[in-house]
Design a binder for this molecule. Structure first.
Ligand SMILES: [Zn+2]
Length: 258
């Protein structure tokens, strides 16, 4: 009897912490990564941003096994403009922010092996810098047909809301122009650096006025589909210490804890 009571108490505590019992959320699932690299003392960003290549590979296998279909930003855009173009049943956008070199050396290698599509939000001035990708690498990724790109500003301001209007417009428009010219593609998606400005009406209006059709925040969740533009598209930040149960909860319930 005592054992049963104890088990019930444990189950209640577990269920109060983990949303395993919630119904699955339908919508657009967007994963957010930064580095695909085993964290060590040479890394200068916070540890949570580094997902080990092995772990990333397992997460990709998990998506495929559970019948998710990774899509590109271009396909998302096409599904809005062309009514005859339908997205798969369980679409997932795998996204990377900033433009780190391990996105090419580690992530792209794994994605190519598994034939998985993904997307990178680029901060233009990061390209060709230390620890970042080169334009040639970005072109190679684009030409593989697996990788699509979005803008993440020119300079990755800490908080875009603190810039003056001219500088905000510059960050938005110039990054779009540079990427379109260098990669010879249309850029219509934007991700707010550190998620700052994603709930700011004025900033969002400036994003759309600069020629973007989709904006992505860092707010955790799954966005109802079709998207009505009311709020920036949510993303699921995949952190370094998440296990496969966290990953499962995130992609199905939109959160891995209460
Ligand atoms: Zn960023």
């Amino acid at each position: 009897m005592f054992t049963i009571i104890l088990l019930v108490i444990i189950l209640i505590i577990f269920s109060a912490k983990y949303p395993w019992w919630l119904p699955a959320k339908k919508g657009l699932t967007v994963l957010m990564y930064h580095h695909i690299y085993k964290y060590d003392e040479t890394c200068d960003l916070e540890k949570a941003l580094y997902v080990e290549p092995k772990k990333f590979s397992k997460q990709m296998d998990f998506l495929l096994k559970h019948k998710y279909t990774p899509i590109t930003l271009e396909e998302l855009s096409k599904s809005y403009k062309d009514e005859t173009f339908k997205l798969p049943e369980k679409p997932v956008l795998i996204t990377f922010d900033d433009g780190w070199s391990d996105n090419y050396t580690n992530a792209f290698k794994i994605l190519k092996e598994k034939n998985i599509k993904a997307n990178i939000f680029i901060s233009c001035n990061f390209i060709e810098q230390k620890n970042c990708m080169t334009w040639n690498q970005l072109l190679e990724m684009k030409n593989s047909g697996l990788i699509s790109f979005g803008s993440h500003t020119v300079n990755h301001p800490t908080d875009i809301q603190t810039l003056n209007d001219n500088d905000i417009i510059k960050e938005l428009k110039e990054s779009k122009q540079i990427l379109e010219k260098k990669l010879n593609i249309k850029i219509d998606s934007f991700a707010y650096p550190s998620g700052k400005g994603a709930t700011n009406k004025k900033i969002r209006a400036m994003v759309f006025d600069s020629g973007y059709s989709f904006d992505f925040s860092t707010k955790r969740g799954i966005t109802p589909f079709k998207w009505n533009k009311e709020k920036a598209i949510k993303r699921l930040y995949i952190k370094e210490n998440y296990n496969i149960f966290d990953f499962y909860l995130l992609i199905t319930k939109g959160k891995n804890s209460f």
